[in-house]
Design a protein around this ligand. Structure first.
Ligand SMILES: O=C(O)CCC(=O)C(=O)O
Ligand SMILES: [Fe+2]
Length: 279
């Protein structure tokens, strides 16, 4: 059975429910959480303005640092030949941000990062003891002093004329990082794949936060947590509208040890090459 739990963040057993769902499906959805819903609305507003603005091209990404604006069709999933139907902006601490989005975005970065740290503590405290002892470092400590956490603001435009056959908003992929906190999309479309290959809609009521485990958590936990494959499907023709979403990818310090062989930094480099974002 593949059941992505929707967990009340303030319930007494929230941590256990969350960790069970993450273990069984790679996903869990949180409601009644600590992120201000007015701030979420504000972010959608300022960022939809950004993507509609010609000045966005002045913020085109720096290939070394990977911050800034990635125009439509920059990224493909690891094994996908066609580019995804999305444009997005990568936010890192202390790096470029357009003035009209800066205050709200900085606040969201801080609030989501703090919530992410709480969730890593939940995971750390609710796994079997032998697994906990096998972590090369406690999961929350891997984040100490990290400036690698990435906040991505995504815009999926309406599907246009003559797009490449097979192209989708986001092709099936796994996330690279420890865990992802996704402020649910402005429209449905996110789906997760079970081990039999079936796709399931991820609950996406407005204001909820979907969390999923990435490859780094899978590696650090020796496969206890799956890095579940997910995708974003195209809208039905009768509802062909823009979709926005805002994932925060929690990344450890580059020197944090994930396994005996690999640090977080080494692992990330390897993966960015595979998705065409790094040469
Ligand atoms: O837009 C979404 O709902 C998911 C985006 C996603 O999976 C990603 O950017 O890694
Ligand atoms: Fe993803």
């Amino acid at each position: 059975m593949f059941n992505i739990a929707t967990v009340d963040y303030r319930a007494p057993d929230a941590a256990q429910q969350f960790v069970t769902s993450l273990r069984e499906t790679g996903f869990a959805v949180l409601r009644n959480h600590s992120i201000d819903t007015a701030l979420i609305q504000d972010l959608y507003k300022v960022w939809s303005g950004f993507f509609a603005w010609d000045g966005k091209h002045e913020y085109t990404f720096d290939p070394e640092i990977q911050d800034g604006y990635f125009p439509f069709k920059s990224e493909n999933a690891k094994d996908s030949a066609v580019k995804d139907l999305k444009e997005f902006y990568h936010v890192y601490p202390g790096r470029r941000l357009p003035p009209q989005v800066k205050d709200a975005t900085d606040r969201m970065y801080a609030d989501l990062s703090a919530m992410g740290l709480t969730l890593l503590n939940w995971i750390q405290d609710n796994v079997p003891e032998d697994l906990r002892n096998s972590f090369k470092q406690p999961l929350p400590n891997m984040m100490d002093g990290s400036t690698s956490t990435l906040f991505r603001v995504l815009h999926y435009p309406p599907i246009g004329e003559g797009y490449e056959p097979g192209a989708v908003r986001a092709a099936a992929h796994e996330d690279i990082n420890l865990i992802t906190l996704l402020v649910t999309g402005s429209e449905p479309g996110l789906q997760a794949q079970d081990t039999a290959g079936n796709w399931h809609d991820v609950p996406c009521d407005a204001g909820m936060i979907a969390v999923n485990a990435g490859d780094m958590l899978k590696l650090a936990s020796g496969g206890y947590f799956p890095a579940t494959t997910h995708r974003v499907v195209n809208p039905p023709p009768e509802h062909n509208v823009s979709r926005y979403s805002m994932p925060l990818f929690l990344h450890p310090r580059p020197d944090a040890p994930l396994s005996d062989e690999l640090t977080a930094g080494q692992y990330l480099d390897q993966r960015l090459r595979e998705i065409g974002l790094k040469k």
